[in-house]
Design a protein around this ligand. Sequence first.
Ligand SMILES: Cc1ncc(COP(=O)(O)O)c(C=O)c1O
Length: 388
Amino acid sequence: MTHDDVIRLEDHYDSGLYPKQPLVLVRGAGARLWDADGKEYIDCIGGHGVANVGHANPAVIQAVTEQAQRLMVCPNGFYNDQRAQLLAALIRSAPAGLERAFLCNSGTEAVEAALKFARVSTGRTKVLAAMRGFHGRTFGALSATWRKQYREPFEPLVPGFEFVPYNQLDRMGQALDEETAAVLLEVVQGEGGVIPGDGDYLRGVQALCRERGALFVVDEVQTGFGRTGRMFASEHHDLQPDLMCLAKAMAGGLPVGAVLIGSRVADLPKKSHGTTFGGNPLVCAAALATLHYIQAEALPQRAATLGARLLDGLGAIPSPQVRQVRGLGLMVAVELKVRAAGYLAALAERGVLALSAGPNVIRFLPPLVISAEEVDAVLEQVAAVLEV
Ligand SMILES: Cc1ncc(COP(=O)(O)O)c(C=O)c1O
């Protein structure tokens, strides 16, 4: 199939929900991607922060290949070796206080499950979420998602959700009361524009939750698995969430999600929640290999070092178009005074794929295996498009 054939076919039969760039991506390795015409790109999208261990990671390929030949499906009513090992490995890698895990298939499902667990555990219904926050597209997660464009076409949403400004502890203090089941926050707001949470604010919210009997739910779907320079972004601020939502990078590219559950969460009633595919052996084997790789290759430290290189380099670009450069680890953004779309297209032309986070923000979420030379090549191209 030619490049044009693929675009025609996909445009004809796809739902039409996604605005698309006219690129047909067919192959990846490490932090590189290739299109159908053989053109090479440095990938700073990473499947939207999924490909932390790199495209076509050999350890993940081997784990998936071996497990596919052994067993792909095992209902949650039975035990499985891969699942048991993954659950243990996840909890060992997580912040203190998280003791058990529920496995599912995506970020929105993890958030959905955490919201249900918070309600059933506290017997309360109110949920506080942050302005500019993003948590997913299913009804519960969408009800906690800020942007009107995502919410309004589908109202009425789930009742009981309220939004408070991010990084303002006094406003959280006013809203959090005896009816609040949960506060749901990102440690760095991703889709909202790459806005790092303040440590004092996040610890303050956690303390308020403890004081008033609510559960502190942290959404690490985008920040998890080394992205911000620590295995989980919660570690930057010594947070001990009651529920932690994970997905994206967890299984080296395969669909996955998880909720880690802390000791303040009551025992969950049997059969009150569940999923067919969650915890299937194939994805568990991929996730186990991914987790081992991230730890063995010290990818969080790598994200910290190369993230600082990217952040400093972007900050040094002398462009009147730049309002602010910010980020944590390899979750980095350039906020422009103008729209980002034209710059993203110009970067793609020059062999660098980056993404937006709102209309004015260029966001970088490269695989954590990206090399220093590749980071420098990205900086060179960003400078070339921004300096004109
Ligand atoms: C912080 C956060 N939570 C939840 C989600 C939803 O994840 P998914 O697209 O896997 O449903 C995303 C997706 O970008 C996210 O960034």
